[in-house]
Design a protein around this ligand. Structure first.
Ligand SMILES: *[C@@H]1O[C@H](CO)[C@@H](O)[C@H](O)[C@H]1NC(C)=O
Ligand SMILES: *[C@@H]1O[C@H](CO)[C@@H](O)[C@H](O)[C@H]1NC(C)=O
Ligand SMILES: *[C@@H]1O[C@H](CO)[C@@H](O)[C@H](O)[C@H]1NC(C)=O
Length: 481
C-alpha cells in the first residue's frame, strides 16, 4: 500500500514535472517583436510579465488619431532604452483587437502607458506622460534615481539653468524629508520639464525666499513662486507648474502646439493678428496685460496670421486673414467659440469680454455667413451655413456641392469647372450645382481635413452622400458622367 502511494506520488510528481516541461517549452517560444517592442496579446501577456520584471505597456487603438503619434514616440523610446541597455522592456497592446483582455485589465483610456512591476498584473504604475520619447525615457529614469538633480551652490544652479527655457527649482531647508519628498514625487510625474532641488542658503537668499518653496525659473530668472505648506499635496504643485509653465501669452508654433492643446486650462483666448502689422505692439500689450488677471483661468494664445505655416490652424478656426486682428474665446471642453464683438482691442474690451464669457453672457459664434443677396441667381448656387441643409438635403434634387477654402489654389482651380457644370445642367430641374466656403460656414457633416471636397447629395436618399476628394480634372469629368 505504502509503495503504491509513493509510486503514485512519484508518478504524479514526474507527470507534473513532465507537464511543466512541455508547457515550459511551449511558453519559451519567443514573443514576436515589432522593432524593439513586444507585440502583446491574450496568449503571451502572462509570459511577458513573467519574463520581464519591468514591463512598460502601451495600450493603443491603431485607428485613433491620438494613438498614431504615441505609437511612433513609443517605438523611439524603445530603441533609446535598448541603446542604454535599460532593464525596462517595452510592449504594445492593441486594445481594439484584444477587447476582452483590455477589459479585464481595466484599461479605460487609449493611448495610455502602464508599467508592470514584478509580474503583478493588478497594480501597474500609470505613466502620466507619453507625449514624447524623451519624456517617457525621463520618466523611467526618474523613477529609479532621485527625480530632481541636487544643486548645492549658485554656480551649479547657474550651469543647470543656463541652457533651459524653464526650470523647476525646489528650495527646501531639508532636501531629504517632508515637503521635499512631495517635490520629488512631482518631478517623477512631470517628465517633460527639468527639475532641480537645493538646500543652499545662498540660493534661498538670492531669490529672497525664507520657506520651503517651488519656483519656476525662466532663463534663470525667477518667474513664479509657490510657497509650500504642511497641507500641500503633489497635485497642488503639479497644478501650479502646469498653469504657470506657459508664458503669459503663448505664441502658437509647431513647438508650442502640443502644450497649448494639452493645457490644464480649458478656456483659451486666442488673438489672431499679423505680427508685422502696424497696430501689433499696442494690441499685444493690451492682450498681455489682461492675461495677468486671468492666469490659471484662461490661456492666452497668439496666432500670427502672417505666418504661412499657420494656414491649417486658421482653417480650423475658420478665420480669414482679412478678418484679423480678432479675438476669440474657445472653450476646449465643448469646442464652442465666442468672438469678441468689437473692432477695438484694448484692455477694457478684452477684460469685459472675458468677464461676459465667464458670466455666461457671451454669444457663441454662429458658424454661418449671412445668406448672400441673389445666392440662387447664378448658375452655381452660393451656400452658407444657414441655407446649406435646406438646399443640400432637398429630397427632390440631386445636389452637387463644392466645399472649398477660399485661400486654397486647388479650390479656386475648380471654380470654372463648376461654372461649366452648372451651365450644363441649367435646364435640368432636379440638379443643383452649388458651392460653400467651409472656412466661414459650419455644416454638420464630417469632413476630411483637406479641401476642396465635392459631395453629391442624391435625390431621395439625401443622407447617402458620395464623397469625392478632387484634385484633378479627371475626377470632375467622372462626376459629369
Ligand atoms: C499572440 O502572439 C504570438 C506571437 O508572439 C502569436 O504566435 C499568437 O498567434 C498570437 N495569439 C493571438 C491570439 O493572436
Ligand atoms: C479590475 O477592476 C476590478 C474591479 O475594480 C478588480 O476586481 C480587478 O481585480 C481589476 N483587475 C485588474 C487586472 O486590475
Ligand atoms: C465650457 O464647456 C463646459 C462643457 O460644456 C461647460 O461645463 C463650462 O461651463 C464651459 N465654460 C464656460 C466658462 O462657459
Amino acid at each position: 500500500m505504502k509503495t503504491m502511494q509513493v509510486y503514485t506520488v512519484c508518478s504524479a510528481l514526474f507527470f507534473s514535472v513532465f507537464l511543466s516541461g512541455v508547457l515550459g517549452k511551449k511558453v519559451k517560444e519567443p514573443i514576436s517583436k515589432d522593432e524593439e517592442v513586444l507585440v502583446l496579446n491574450e496568449s503571451n501577456l502572462n509570459q511577458a510579465l513573467q519574463q520581464h520584471s519591468q514591463l512598460l505597456v502601451h495600450f493603443y487603438a491603431p485607428l485613433s488619431g491620438e494613438s498614431l503619434g504615441s505609437i511612433l514616440e513609443f517605438a523611439k523610446a524603445a530603441s533609446e532604452l535598448n541603446e542604454i541597455k535599460s532593464s525596462v522592456k517595452l510592449g504594445k497592446f492593441d486594445v481594439s483587437k484584444e477587447k476582452d483582455l483590455a477589459k479585464s485589465l481595466n484599461v479605460t483610456t487609449v493611448p495610455s502607458l502602464r508599467l508592470y512591476l514584478n509580474g503583478d498584473k493588478y497594480k501597474p504604475v500609470h505613466c502620466p506622460v507619453l507625449k514624447s520619447s524623451a519624456a517617457i525615457v525621463t520618466w523611467l529614469k526618474r523613477r529609479e534615481g532621485p527625480s530632481a538633480d541636487l544643486v548645492s551652490d549658485l554656480n551649479q544652479l547657474e550651469s543647470f539653468t543656463a541652457e533651459e527655457e524653464l526650470v523647476v527649482l525646489g528650495l527646501f531647508k531639508d532636501v531629504e524629508t517632508g515637503l521635499a519628498k512631495v517635490f520629488f514625487d512631482v518631478a517623477a510625474d512631470i517628465a517633460d520639464l527639468p527639475f532641480c532641488v537645493t538646500g543652499s542658503k545662498h540660493i534661498f537668499s538670492k531669490y529672497n525666499i525664507f520657506d520651503d518653496s517651488v519656483v519656476l525659473l525662466r532663463k534663470s530668472k525667477m518667474a513664479e513662486i509657490f510657497e509650500m505648506t504642511s497641507n500641500t499635496v503633489k497635485e497642488d504643485v503639479i497644478h501650479f507648474i502646469r498653469v504657470h509653465e506657459m508664458p503669459l501669452v503663448t505664441e502658437y508654433t509647431g513647438e508650442t502646439s502640443a502644450k497649448i492643446l494639452n493645457s490644464v486650462v480649458q478656456n483659451h483666448l486666442v488673438l489672431f493678428i499679423d505680427k508685422a502689422e502696424k497696430g501689433f505692439k499696442q494690441i499685444y500689450r493690451a492682450f498681455k496685460s489682461t492675461a495677468k488677471e486671468y492666469r490659471g483661468k484662461v490661456l492666452f494664445v497668439l496666432i500670427n496670421v502672417g505666418e504661412p505655416r499657420n494656414g491649417r490652424i486658421l482653417e480650423y478656426f475658420r478665420v480669414r486673414i482679412e478678418e484679423s486682428p480678432l479675438v476669440r474665446m474657445v472653450n476646449l471642453s465643448d469646442s464652442v467659440q465666442y468672438q469678441l464683438p468689437s473692432d477695438r482691442l484694448d484692455i477694457q474690451t478684452i477684460t469685459d469680454f472675458c468677464q461676459s464669457y465667464f458670466e455666461g453672457n457671451a454669444k457663441p459664434k454662429l458658424q454661418s455667413e449671412p445668406i448672400p443677396d441673389g445666392w440662387d441667381e447664378q448658375p452655381v448656387k452660393e451656400l452658407v451655413g444657414m441655407n446649406f441643409e435646406r438646399v443640400a438635403f432637398n429630397a427632390n434634387k440631386n445636389v452637387l456641392v463644392l466645399f472649398y477654402a477660399p485661400w486654397s489654389s486647388e479650390s479656386r482651380a475648380l471654380f470654372p469647372l463648376f461654372e461649366e457644370l452648372a451651365k450644363h445642367y441649367s435646364d435640368t430641374e432636379d440638379v443643383v450645382v452649388a458651392r460653400i466656403d467651409v472656412t466661414a460656414n459650419d455644416v454638420n457633416i464630417r469632413m476630411v481635413d483637406k479641401y476642396p471636397i465635392i459631395k453629391l447629395f442624391p435625390a431621395v436618399y439625401a443622407e447617402r452622400k458620395k464623397v469625392y476628394c478632387v484634385t484633378s480634372h479627371e475626377m470632375t469629368s467622372r462626376v459629369l458622367i
